[in-house]
Each structure stands twice: as structure tokens, then as C-alpha cells.
Write a protein that binds this ligand. Structure first.
Ligand SMILES: NC(=O)c1ccc[n+]([C@@H]2O[C@H](COP(=O)([O-])OP(=O)(O)OC[C@H]3O[C@@H](n4cnc5c(N)ncnc54)[C@H](OP(=O)(O)O)[C@@H]3O)[C@@H](O)[C@H]2O)c1
Length: 332
């Protein structure tokens, strides 16, 4: 496993990291969650990403049990705040009160006194940005988080925060990024890099689509994410006849290069130096090991050209589409 420095921080994160959305919030059995997490340690993965909202605390609770058995300095722990945590519609967002409440709840569930990275899961246009920034900074001042990051903020929102608090405020940006979803390249990558902010990218395998296991015109394979009603919640982001056909055009490219499809997809996101880590999900320990093997694979230019040709016009490259489409900034 290779490691990259996370933005302007002193954290050295594994190029392949493990995330807990859908899977470890109850999507798979508890013993498989444990097996995948232990497989990550075996494979040299030191970076774990969760969120308060994953299973409304269930994913953090599951990892609190497993990770706390390991020395605290042997893993880098990231969580997030923003999502709705109960039936109460006020129980969400980035108000100072919500941030103060949610960091304590996350630390309790994670059985630790600090996280290494605390991320604003989305932007909250209902709260003055100055208030959100001060509340996040307070979390760091209190020693409850070492560094701050954001997920799916627009360039305007990122710029506004940096204008207020300077480039040292954030060390990471967490966008969706994969061969099928390339929109962050347009602006977020460059803006972040200029301000000491790394990308840690989510769904680098497009939720499994880029492994090639979903075939056009065929039923989804049993036991896969999209065969589970609970885990197919974001299927529409990545699953269409056009994307499945494009992925099948990638299969011979991976074969000729002597690598697996997951390795090709993960090495593709890691070809960009702006990306510090690819946050993978895994439902089985074998997947963790297979994905970890992508670290260190260099993709030659002719292969990258072949990938572009195979993908054609399938990738989403328009920054105004998708999860970061929401703009709007409130000031005090
Ligand atoms: N910030 C955000 O808004 C946001 C949003 C989404 C995710 N995330 C983060 O990103 C993490 C990863 O997201 P993701 O789970 O969608 O990532 P992903 O790596 O694109 O997809 C993971 C899924 O693909 C399948 N898979 C993985 N490796 C495989 C392999 N080697 N062979 C075959 N199938 C394989 C598994 O599903 P099956 O085996 O069940 O088919 C697995 O659960 C999350 O856990 C979370 O931490 C953040």
C-alpha cells in the first residue's frame, strides 16, 4: 500500500481507503463488517471514512466496536456532519448547536476522544457560513477533531469559506469521482489544489458498476448492491444501459493490461495527484484485498486514451449536475 499526504495536514493516508456508507450501517451482516475492516488493516489501509448519518449512527457504532480494539494511532478516522439524524426536521444541518451536539455523539459511538478529519457532509445554505466555520473551528480547538474537510461543496461555497477563514481551514474535499463521474475535474480539483486541499473521492467504483459485474440487458447479479432494495438507494447516479455498455468496452482494456476491472478503475482515479485516496466500499474481505492491490499501479498514456475512447460521452462532466448542484450561501 502506498500513502499520500492529505492536503496541508500531516496525515499520510492510504491510497485506498475504506468507507462505511450502506454496507456497515446494516447493509451487510455484522461479522462481514468486521471481516472487511480487519482485511483493511491487513492490506495496509489506514484511512476509514464514515458519517453520523450512515444508518443514523449505526455505521459509527459498528466501527466504534471494531476500530477501538486497534491502537488509536494505527488508523486515521474521518466522519461527517450535516445529514438528518431523527424524525425532527431540525435535527440536521450545520448550525453551531447541531455541530456541537453531533461531534460529541459521533465520538461516543466511535469510542474515541477525537477524529482525525471532521467533514461538512454538504453545505448548509440555511446557516450563515461564518457561524458554520466558527463552529467547525471550535471542534478543532477543543481537540475533538484534528483537521476539517467538506464534501460536495460548489466552487462558490469553497471560495467563500476560504475568503473568510483562509486556506488552512480545510485539508480535504470529498466529491463523487470515477470514470463515470468526472465533473469535479472541471473546477473543484484545481481550486482545492491551489489551497492545500486534497480530494478523497467517493464511489470510485461507481458503487460496483465499474467492476463490470452488471451486464447490459441482464438481471442484476444476486448478492450485489443493486439486488438489495436497502442498498440500491443511489443506483440512478451510475446505472443505465449506456454506462453498463461503456463499462463492458473497458473489460478488454483491463484484460490486455493484465489487471482486474476494479484495479483499472481505482488506478484511474489515483492517476491524478490531486486525489489523496479512493474511498472504496466493500461487502466482502476479498474485495478489500483486491481493491488494495490497485495502489501503486501506473496507467500509461495509451491506456488512458483507450479508456477515454471506450467511455465515449458517458461520463458526467458537467459540474452543475449531480450532488453538488445546490448553490446558495447565507452570510451573517
Ligand atoms: N460524501 C458523500 O456524500 C458520500 C456519498 C457516498 C459514499 N461516500 C463514501 O464513499 C465510500 C465508498 O462508496 P461506495 O461504497 O459507493 O464505493 P464503491 O467502492 O464505488 O462501491 C462499493 C461497492 O462495490 C462493490 N465492490 C467493491 N469492490 C468490489 C470488487 N473488488 N469486486 C466486485 N464488487 C466490488 C461492493 O458491493 P456489492 O458486493 O454489494 O455489490 C461494494 O460495496 C462510502 O462508504 C462512504 O464512506 C461518501
Amino acid at each position: 500500500m502506498r500513502y499520500r499526504t492529505l492536503g496541508s495536514s500531516d496525515l499520510e493516508v492510504s491510497e485506498i481507503s475504506l468507507g462505511s456508507w450502506l454496507t456497515y450501517a446494516g447493509g451487510i451482516e455484522a461479522d462481514q463488517t468486521r471481516a472487511c475492516t480487519e482485511a483493511a488493516f491487513e492490506a495496509g489501509i489506514n484511512f476509514f471514512d464514515t458519517a453520523n448519518v450512515y444508518g443514523r449512527g449505526a455505521a459509527e457504532t459498528a466501527w466504534g466496536e471494531i476500530l477501538s480494539a486497534h491502537p488509536r494511532d494505527s488508523y486515521i478516522l474521518a466522519t461527517k456532519v450535516w445529514g438528518r439524524m431523527s424524525e425532527d426536521p431540525a435535527d440536521q444541518g450545520l448550525s453551531p448547536a447541531q455541530i456541537a451536539k453531533q461531534i460529541d455523539a459521533s465520538l461516543t459511538r466511535l469510542k474515541t476522544d477525537h477524529v482525525d478529519l471532521y467533514q461538512a457532509h454538504r453545505f448548509d445554505p440555511a446557516v450563515p457560513i461564518e457561524d458554520t466555520i466558527e463552529a467547525l473551528q471550535k471542534v478543532v480547538e477543543q481537540g475533538k477533531a484534528r483537521y476539517l474537510g467538506f464534501s460536495e461543496w460548489t466552487p462558490e461555497q469553497i471560495r467563500a469559506a476560504i475568503d473568510i477563514a483562509g486556506p488552512d481551514l480545510f485539508v480535504s474535499s470529498q466529491p463523487q469521482y470515477s470514470m463515470l463521474w468526472q465533473a469535479p475535474e472541471a473546477e473543484v480539483f484545481g481550486l482545492s489544489a491551489a489551497n492545500g486541499i486534497s480530494q478523497i473521492v467517493w464511489s470510485p467504483l461507481a458503487q460496483g458498476v465499474l467492476t463490470g459485474k452488471y451486464k447490459p440487458g441482464q438481471p442484476v447479479p444476486e448478492g450485489s448492491r443493486f439486488a438489495s432494495a436497502d442498498m440500491a438507494v443511489s443506483k440512478d447516479l451510475v446505472y443505465s444501459d449506456a454506462t453498463l455498455a461503456a463499462v463492458q468496452r473497458l473489460v478488454p482494456i483491463a484484460e490486455q493490461a493484465g489487471m482486474s476491472m476494479p484495479a483499472l478503475a481505482l488506478a484511474w482515479v489515483l492517476r491524478r495527484t490531486e486525489v489523496a485516496s479512493a474511498i472504496t466500499g466493500a461487502s466482502r474481505p476479498e474485495q478489500v484485498h483486491s481493491n488494495a492491490a490497485a495502489s501503486g499501479i501506473e496507467l500509461p498514456d495509451d491506456l488512458l486514451t483507450a479508456v477515454d475512447e471506450a467511455l465515449g460521452d458517458v461520463p458526467v462532466t458537467e459540474p452543475t449536475l449531480g450532488p453538488n448542484a445546490k448553490t446558495g450561501i447565507t452570510h451573517r
